[in-house]
Design a protein around this ligand. Structure first.
Ligand code: GDP
Length: 532
């Protein structure tokens, strides 16, 4: 560790807490591995990929964790790089669980938007980018797979600018078209790094600094094309403006290929140099709590059954301010109850280990914290409550019932717990009663998780009956009265926060109601848009 260990400001300043957002298959896992491997200066990336593809990665990781002392899991990957401490928070790959991804994005200070050079912006990337925009998370763009045939770099930049309105500022520029990748020119210094694959393919690339004169002679037309494009960029002024980056208006762009490790170091450098360190965080009233205020943190994820043997439930907490010490008594903001942290854990590594201290930007795991719900704030001394993490517009609805009426207690307990973890949203109404609440999901796979866990974990098997609703709006009491009794509309109460949710069979009905009763409150929820 550098700096005095008790200097919260210095500890916060050297942390970078970020996530990678991408469409499935763009190379998120490959890049994640490459970043950690590169940072840890591991010589043989090939050992991680293995000959049989990526199946062996998990077990290889465990060996690597042990032998190299870097920490990897499906939750948080943490590594040192050039004096900075990088916390890379993992996000689930499947679109049905994108609500989990959104919650993770509430806990980071920056995101890497990963694009496949042949595909550009894809559906899932666009949606996740929207969340970054919504939350004001600055985005660094990495154009991946440049070793394969793909699109023109200028065309990709144009797409970023046109489709999401982010002004691209390339930090480096590829020499050689996609598929004939020779190297990268660093725009600020003009330095050229040439890459060669090491024999055997997926191992660390050989990077060589080549002086411009020699590069021009050796790379021929590819060099000419690149310098001409660089001239163009110069002319249009595609420079990085740090204020615009911080405000979510501009994105630094880097090119590379994660698999053969081309350009990964430049990306690490960009994260260290450009991604913001943890800073004062606004509470629900808009007051900012500085990083050196007494400890505060927010639950952004609750996960059960990570350890099958213990059936435990782990709450992930992002530290927002102060120094956390294991054993500290925290106050749970919603209930004002004290919470013991004797068993606080790092959430790195499968063999979870106890955690003694943590600083802003870090993630703490609290096991068996059964009263904790996604969005809850914890603090010591001066009270604070951070704004809730928004729920996303559900698009799938089903009534859930216990198949065995004798298990009503287990049923209730299980449904409440899954609700608190954010596995699904639970909606209730007097009409439907407590034994048959409505489950609302962003993606239908969430229902499968409920069915499996209710049977296995809570010993209360359930049956689900799908409802024909597809659209939800937040409403209020007066509007609810006008809505009740209409066909294809139902008003339900969200268990978690008591808010009133109107569910509709389709968007047309929402519009019809809005036209007939222009005064009604029907606020759209943040769209996850998994199905469109
Ligand atoms: P994820 O679904 O986003 O996690 O993507 P993966 O990391 O699993 O990668 C999807 C596929 O793309 C795998 O077959 C990777 O080996 C491949 N891939 C990832 N990055 C690169 C790259 O830079 N170049 C090439 N040629 N293939 C890549």
């Amino acid at each position: 560790m550098t700096g005095r260990p008790d200097d919260v400001v210095a500890q916060a300043a050297r942390r970078r807490t970020f996530a990678v957002i991408s469409h499935p298959d763009a190379g998120k896992s490959t890049l994640t591995e490459a970043l950690a491997l590169h940072a840890a200066a591991i010589e043989e990336a090939g050992a991680v990929h293995g000959k049989s593809g990526r199946r062996g990665v998990a077990s290889d990781w465990m060996d690597i964790e042990r032998s190299r002392g870097i920490s990897i899991t499906s939750s948080v990957l943490r590594f040192e790089y050039g004096g900075a401490l990088l916390n890379l928070l993992d996000t689930p790959g499947h679109a049905d669980f994108s609500e989990d991804t959104y919650r993770v994005l509430a806990a980071v200070d920056a995101a890497i938007m990963l694009l496949d050079s042949a595909k550009g912006l894809e559906a899932q990337t666009l949606k996740l980018f929207d969340v970054c925009r919504h939350r004001g998370v600055p985005v660094i763009t990495f154009v991946n797979k440049w070793d394969r045939p793909g699109r023109e770099p200028l065309e990709l930049l144009d797409e970023v600018e046109q489709r999401i309105g982010l002004r691209p500022a390339p930090l480096n520029w590829p020499v050689g078209v996609a598929g004939d990748f020779r190297g990268l020119i660093d725009r600020a210094s003009g330095a050229y790094t040439r890459f060669r694959r090491t024999p055997g393919g997926a191992t660390r690339a050989i990077a060589e600094r080549v002086p411009a004169g020699r590069a021009a002679a050796e790379e021929g037309e590819a060099w000419e094309a690149a310098t001409e494009e660089l001239g163009l960029l110069e002319a249009i002024g595609a420079e990085l403006d740090m204020d615009a980056f911080g405000a979510g208006l501009c994105t630094p762009v880097l090119f590379g290929a994660a698999l053969p490790n081309f350009g990964v170091e430049a990306l690490l450098e960009a994260v260290r140099e450009l991604a913001p360190a943890p800073s004062a965080r606004a509470d629900a009233e808009g007051a900012r709590r500085p990083v050196d205020a007494p400890f505060s943190g927010q639950v952004f994820k609750v996960q059960a059954g990570m350890d099958r043997a213990h059936r435990d439930r782990l709450a992930f907490i992002r530290v927002c301010s102060g120094r956390f010490e294991r054993g500290m008594a925290l106050t749970h903001a919603p209930t004002r109850r004290p919470l013991a942290t004797k068993y606080a854990q790092t959430v790195f590594g499968r063999d979870r280990s106890t955690l003694d201290t943590a600083y802003p930007g870090d993630v703490i795991g609290l096991p068996n914290a059964s009263g904790l719900t996604v969005g809850d704030t914890l603090y010591v001394r001066t009270p604070v409550a951070f704004p809730p993490i928004p729920a996303f517009a559900p698009e799938h609805f089903a009534v859930v019932r216990a198949t065995d009426n004798g298990r009503a207690k287990q049923f209730r307990r299980g449904i409440d717990q899954l609700d608190g973890e954010g596995v699904v949203q639970v909606l209730r109404s007097d009409l439907r009663g407590d034994q048959a609440p409505v489950l609302a999901a962003v993606g239908p796979l969430q229902f499968d998780v409920v069915t499996a866990r209710m049977a296995e974990e809570f010993n209360a098997p359930v049956e689900l009956t799908r409802l024909d609703y597809t659209t939800a709006r937040v409403t209020d009491k007066e509007s609810a009265e006008a809505l009740n009794g209409r066909r294809g509309v139902e008003v339900l109460t969200r268990s978690l926060d008591g808010s009133l949710i109107a569910v509709f069979a389709d968007k047309w009905r929402v519009r019809a109601v809005e036209r007939e009763h222009p005064g009604l409150t029907l606020t759209p929820m943040l769209a996850a848009g998994v199905t469109d």
